[in-house]
Design a binder for this molecule. Structure first.
Ligand code: BTN
Length: 312
């Protein structure tokens, strides 16, 4: 009703009558809408007016910015990864994107849960890249780098990439990427790149590492649509470049944007745990760690600051 009023006030009693609710219930819903990022002005005399809807996604507009495919937009899903994987198996083309306003069983890396209430950006993008399977992990690093750039521009804050593919601002995780793929030894069938960005949702509590939403960090809501469009545009270009030139074309930007550079970290891998100082990233997207046994390269794993090197 507020959107239909096109910028005019709608009184509380008209909303109440139109929706068969009490005025107190209308007020409660307006409070919830504001929490989700809607900008609604309310005055006792005139009622409510919708100023801005950061939640609104105009999925037709994405087509131009995305990899040329329509967006499949759901109000709620278990996980966009599962929905898109089914479509990938059924032959969906590169660029198919599944987005959900909320996920009830969002998944993170290493089997962790990913909280995905309304207000955040939760989506999965289907890629069928012409690269060997070993180059897929660094492509996710490029996706994270593009997100760091988009968030820097949107917030003015120093967003950085936390290897292997998180985006952090001020020591808090704002975005994470989960990559799943199907391949032969030397050929990729599909990659499902799952992206979660905490935007207008409340910051997830009690997470390790600590997480934060853009809204809580800056005190203002953001347009999910604009952020997604911006990223899709960048990433479409990055994907072409990556397929042509490999990770070395992104190495310098990635090192400049890398969090924990020069710090002593613990790297947990499937092979065990190693401590060392972060030296940078190599031309294939692997982490360079100066350890007691010399310089080592890690293609997978998770890092955290070593105790005693936790200063910001
Ligand atoms: C991480 O652990 O940092 C990766 C988080 C990835 C979350 C996204 S949200 C959209 C997509 N669907 C999921 O279930 N997970 C990914």
């Amino acid at each position: 009703m507020l959107r239909n009023a096109r910028g005019r006030y709608v009184s509380g009693s008209r909303l109440a009558a139109g929706l068969c609710l009490t005025r107190a219930a209308i007020h409660k819903q307006v409070v919830r809408l504001r929490e989700w990022g809607y900008d609604i002005t309310g005055t006792n005399r005139k009622g409510y007016r919708l100023e801005n809807s950061p939640q609104a996604l105009d999925t037709d507009r994405f087509r131009a910015a995305s990899l040329g495919r329509p967006i499949c937009h759901f109000p709620s899903l278990g996980s966009t990864q599962d929905e898109l994987k089914e479509r990938a198996l059924a032959g969906a083309p590169q660029g198919t994107l599944v987005l959900a306003d909320e996920q009830t069983s969002g998944r993170g890396r290493m089997g962790r849960r990913w909280l995905s209430p309304r207000g955040g950006l939760w989506f999965s993008l289907l890629l069928r890249p012409a690269i060997p399977p070993a180059q897929v992990p660094a492509l996710a690093l490029v996706a994270a780098l593009d997100w760091a750039m988009v968030l820097r521009r949107a917030t003015g804050l120093p967003a950085c990439v936390k290897w292997p593919n998180d985006v952090w601002i001020d020591n808090r995780k704002v975005a994470g990427i989960l990559t799943e793929m199907s391949s032969e030894m030397d050929r990729v069938h599909w990659v499902v790149l799952g992206v979660g960005v905490n935007i207008n949702n409340p910051s997830p509590r009690g997470m390790t590492p600590p997480a934060a939403s853009l809204r809580e960090m800056t005190g203002k809501p953001f347009y999910r649509q604009a952020l997604l469009e911006d990223w899709l545009k960048r990433f479409a270009g990055s994907l072409r470049r990556y397929q042509r030139d490999g990770f070395s074309a992104f190495r310098r930007d990635c090192e400049e944007c890398l969090s924990m550079k020069g710090r002593t970290v613990v790297c947990e891998t499937a092979q065990g745990t190693v401590a060392g100082r972060v030296e940078g990233i190599d031309g294939e997207g692997r982490l360079l760690l100066r350890t007691a046994a010399g310089l080592r390269r890690f293609g997978e794993g998770a890092i955290r600051l070593k105790k005693g090197d936790e200063r910001a």
